[in-house]
Write a protein that binds this ligand. Sequence first.
Ligand code: OAD
Length: 257
Amino acid sequence: MDYFPDEIIARVASLIINSERCGALTGAGISVESGIPAFRGSQGLWEKYDPDEYATIDAFIFNPEKVWTMLRDMSKQLIEAKPNPAHYCLAELEKMGFLHFIITQNVDGLHHLAGSKNVIEFHGNGRRIVCFSCKRLFSLYEIDLDNIPPRCHCGGILKPDVVFFGEDIPYEALKMAEMEISKCDLLFVIGTSASVLPACTIPYAVKAKGARIIEINPEKTGLTDSITDYFLRGKAGEILPKLMYEVKRSVKGHKDE
Ligand code: OAD
């Protein structure tokens, strides 16, 4: 169910078409319809696993076997997951030249699988596994998840190449994001509670430069009543296809005039 009139979709579609550099900041909510639960809320991963015990780098170093019980759950979900209409719409908008970048907090790689090209993975990618000792890289598909913690040929413990609490954002991702933020005039904030630093500062940085903020989420967030210009309440996998339809209709209308 959505709570906004069709004219809002038309207005947002027109903003997309007329924007110079449009981007999206995505979070776990965009992959919920692909079967990957979000982190917060009653169905969230942090209800089952206390992040202090399972998601900090210190916890991983202290007890990798325990942390891998959560990582194994996450990895299995990731292997099963397929992009949903929201991922495909963003990829199509990029192909049409209307979306220029995605900064994602997700580690599921679903934007790439949907065909998006300019994706900045702020928290890494869980399909990539790295040896904590020798830094050799593996694919998730090579790892024996029945034997945890998995180990490298060198004997070192393997770790998904994702950012744990207490670790830095990958330098390259940070630099790329800064560059995109400086040019962006329209930002979609999709499926994120916008509550984790430093990603949650991105909408404010973009807004401070005068960009518009469009939020897509079934729930309000801390951004909604402060800096969001248009709040499209609902599921990303339902709202983005509507927007896509309207963008295509408008573009065709212009061409036919
Ligand atoms: P959260 O779990 O905090 O928030 C998910 C958001 O998605 C919520 O605001 C939901 O209302 C919304 N949502 C749920 N279903 C949706 C749907 N179908 N369509 C659109 N939105 C939907 O996840 P993130 O904001 O991504 O970091 O969390 C940020 C970071 O916190 C994660 O990257 C992770 C976590 O701790 C690390 O592990 C470092």
